[in-house]
Design a protein around this ligand. Structure first.
Ligand code: SF4
Length: 437
């Protein structure tokens, strides 16, 4: 289909310079992974929530994140076939589709996004942060790869607070189990000063990330904190936290955001800068990746910007003050794991979302309920009702899936989004009539 002159097709999406930089960083990381058999680098597979990149780097290991691999397969249109492959091999329809995409990819030659074979992990590091699927997923990988597996148990934040006992319990596991296994697998002796240095670097990038996310408090917001936010969190939630590359990336992004703020511009979408901000939304839940751009387009075509989202906190809730602290190197790793979104109780999640709606002056809450993600979906209806009650702002539900294209119904999502935005309009006109009266 021909595109109107001057208007880019979604395939040639417009990127800000930071998006291109992020893409190059990720490509470099995949090359490091797929060339590990030549370089001799050991590979540590772990999950985004609770990933201990600063520690992994102390042993010269490369961090491999199965969810990120599934996301890449989703974005490249490959995950549907992988999910079906896993189902043919007996994995149920209800299993998290990140898992099925990963298992299906392994069954079909384990080819990564750069077209090269992904490495076999030398160890599996399971920081268990609230989602039971992580545990089951690594049991499957352990069976396949038969490599050393370490389980770092993170106590669930059921009471909404971190106690000294929780930290001690985790530090003990780090000292007695995690670090000795990493030394054995890598052949590198643990150096706590190296860890401190990595943590110092993390904190610098975290400061800039928070500045960027909080820039959405401005009107118009210079960023989209969900669709754009997913690009922004890539380096810090993945293999770059604790590196100079991450510091440079977030500084660069911050300057870009500052420039847009100065000019009063909205977010950059795949079709260029958003013209007018009509709605400011908070979104709960992960996005759909198989139709990511189509999904985003539904929002920006309506002038809807997401000003805050819970998903951009799965790898760390820095906006509530946590920073990696080089003066308490092991304790800070424990606190990091405890704080991630998947490890937070439902009341904590509600507080967070209410806070976002108020602080970012949002019009309401939209929940993207993911069919196969029990960890996010459990309690979402209750979360929605409670947030609505406490903020007086409308909330609504849409349903998609992570990387299973069979569960993305564009017409349904669009319909529901449009009805929701009408609800927002009605609420606004009701409020202005109230003021006039
Ligand atoms: S949090 Fe959801 S998407 Fe992530 S591993 Fe658990 S079930 Fe899958």
């Amino acid at each position: 289909m021909n595109q109107p002159a001057g208007k880019p097709s979604l395939r040639d999406a417009i990127k800000d310079a930071s998006m291109q930089k992020q893409k190059d960083m990720m490509a470099g990381h995949f090359d490091r992974l797929t060339s590990s058999h030549e370089t001799g680098a050991k590979v540590c597979s772990t999950f985004v929530p609770g990933n201990l990149n600063e520690l992994i780097m102390c042993f010269d290991m490369v961090n491999n994140l199965p969810e990120v691999n599934a996301i890449q397969s989703g974005l490249r249109g490959k995950s549907g076939a992988y999910v079906m492959e896993a189902e043919r091999n007996g994995h149920s329809e209800d299993v998290c589709t990140y898992v099925k995409s990963d298992i299906g990819m392994m069954a079909r030659g384990n080819i990564g996004p750069n077209g090269k074979e992904m490495p076999k992990p030398d160890m599996l590091l399971l920081s268990y942060t609230g989602c039971f699927t992580f545990l089951k997923w690594f049991e499957l990988l352990r069976e396949q790869y038969k490599c050393p597996t370490v389980f770092l148990q993170t106590p669930y934040m059921a009471d909404g607070k971190i106690t000294p006992n929780m930290i001690q319990y985790m530090v003990k596991q780090l000292k007695e189990d995690v670090i000795p296994t990493m030394e054995k697998v890598s052949g590198v002796k643990f150096d706590i000063d190296r860890l401190r240095e990595n943590l110092r670097q993390s904190a610098k990038a975290e400061d800039d990330l928070v500045y960027i996310l909080q820039s959405a408090k401005n009107k118009p917001s210079p960023i989209d904190a969900y669709f754009g936010g997913i690009y922004y969190i890539g380096p810090i939630f993945g293999a770059f936290r604790g590196t100079q590359d991450a510091i440079d990336y977030y500084r660069f992004l911050r300057e870009e955001v500052d420039e847009r703020l100065k000019l009063g511009l909205g977010p950059v979408t795949p079709e260029g800068p958003m013209e007018e901000e009509k709605y400011r939304l908070v979104v709960e839940g992960p996005p759909n990746y198989t139709h990511f751009r189509q999904f985003w387009k539904m929002f920006y075509e309506e002038g809807a910007t997401v000003v805050a989202s819970s998903y951009t906190k799965v790898g760390g809730t820095y906006d509530f003050g946590f920073r990696h602290d080089p003066d308490r190197p092991l304790e800070t790793l424990a606190e990091y794991c405890l704080n991630v979104y998947t490890n937070r109780s439902l009341p904590m999640r509600i507080d967070m979302l209410v806070n976002y709606i108020n602080e970012y002056e949002a019009d309401g809450l939209l929940v993207n309920s993911i069919k196969s993600c029990n960890s996010f979906s459990a309690g979402q209806l209750m979360i929605m009702r409670e947030v609505e009650k406490r903020t007086g702002k409308p909330a609504a539900f849409i349903e998609t899936d992570l990387v299973d294209p069979r569960y993305f119904s564009a017409a349904n999502v669009k319909n529901r989004l449009e009805s929701y935005l009408q609800m927002v309009e009605q609420k606004r006109s009701g409020a202005s009539k109230g003021v006039a009266a």
